[in-house]
Design a protein around this ligand. Structure first.
Ligand SMILES: Cc1cc2nc3c(=O)[nH]c(=O)nc-3n(C[C@H](O)[C@H](O)[C@H](O)COP(=O)(O)O)c2cc1C
Length: 315
């Protein structure tokens, strides 16, 4: 299926935050080689009661170009936490350093996070969410958005959360249509998504399981009012996904191979620049995603996972 049934120009696409994956190295390589991404949400930074207001603490999460606004996509830091004054303080600090939009993570499903009442662990506590929003909306000149799931253990969670969110001028509400207990697998629940979407007039962004034309077009036909899409794993697996959508071109790896190769070498270069010693293992993690689309993927993947140096991992 291609996108000839829709007007692709009315849609905007953002890169989802994937901690350990869509860091600055990936974003740089992606946006240097492929068009179509209008915003990148940064993987979360954790904010606690004692978080210091030192901006340098966060300076490794973005590139200098991102900080100086020299990129052609919006850069949106994301905060995870539950202590309202600290979340407001760090949001203001991002604003003071040039970012004009901050996102709150109410979706992370990992038990080590949720048991501390963070990420989707906050979804059963709408009053706590209210107290966070009361504080952050005292920060002037800042767009604020939230990213949620449909609940921690129950779909009821989202209904109460939406009732709270509706009282604030949120810039955007990103919804991943799963419960936290589903993590990232299992069926997405579009019936519940639709129900929640209809409970709010906050602009909703759809996020979840878009990996090709069919999975994208399905959503556009079912939710004609949604024009913002956030894509994570699908864009890592197929970095030209959005460029192909926008150009109405098939997802043909052979056609995009040279561009993919340039992207891949840029990714390698920026991984080599960073201080981490474990670049080979980081690159292997990307191959878990790339192998879904790459020609002769099983063979290439098995070769990649046996490599001991970046130089062996050239394509
Ligand atoms: C490895 C990994 C790390 C993630 N890190 C974050 C994160 O830092 N912040 C966040 O809001 N979501 C995070 N997510 C969730 C994604 O942003 C996204 O909501 C999810 O992958 C569903 O979208 P997709 O199907 O397009 O990938 C992460 C997901 C994965 C698989």
């Amino acid at each position: 299926m291609n996108n000839s049934r829709i007007d692709i120009n009315k849609y905007s696409f953002s890169l989802a935050p994937l901690r350990g994956i869509t860091g600055k190295e990936f974003r740089t390589a992606l946006t240097r080689n492929f068009n179509g991404i209008s915003a990148c949400f940064l993987p979360f930074v954790s904010v606690t009661e004692v978080s210091a207001d030192k901006f340098s603490r966060y300076s490794n999460i973005f590139t200098l170009d991102e900080l100086l606004n020299k990129v052609d996509y919006e850069v949106i830091p994301q905060i995870i936490g539950n202590y309202p004054p600290a979340i407001a303080r760090i949001s203001a600090m991002f604003r003071d350093n040039g970012f004009n939009h901050v996102n709150l993570n109410l979706g992370c499903p990992m038990p080590q996070i949720t048991k501390k009442m963070r990420g989707s662990g906050l979804l059963p506590y709408p009053d706590k969410i209210k107290s966070i929003l009361d504080e952050v909306f005292k920060v002037n000149n800042l767009k604020f958005s939230v990213k949620i799931r449909l609940g921690l253990n129950s779909y009821e969670d989202a209904y109460d959360v939406i009732a709270v969110l509706n009282n604030y001028p949120l810039h955007e509400l990103i919804i991943h249509p799963r419960l936290a207990i589903d993590r990232y697998a299992g069926e997405i629940n579009l019936t519940e998504f639709e129900k929640v979407m209809k409970m709010t007039s906050i602009p909703v962004t759809y996020n979840g399981d878009i990996v090709d034309y069919d999975t994208f077009i399905d959503k556009t036909l079912r939710f004609p009012n949604i024009t913002n899409y956030m894509i994570g794993r699908g864009l890592v697996a197929c970095p030209f996904l959005v460029e192909a959508f926008k150009a109405n071109h098939s997802l043909d790896y052979n056609f995009y191979f040279d561009k993919f190769r340039n992207f891949y070498y840029d990714l390698i270069d920026s991984l080599e620049e960073c201080e981490e010693r474990d670049n080979v293992s980081r690159l292997k993690v990307y191959w878990i995603y790339f192998k879904k689309f790459f020609p002769d993927s099983e063979e290439v993947y098995h070769k990649m996972v046996r490599c001991n140096s970046i130089s062996e991992m050239k394509i």
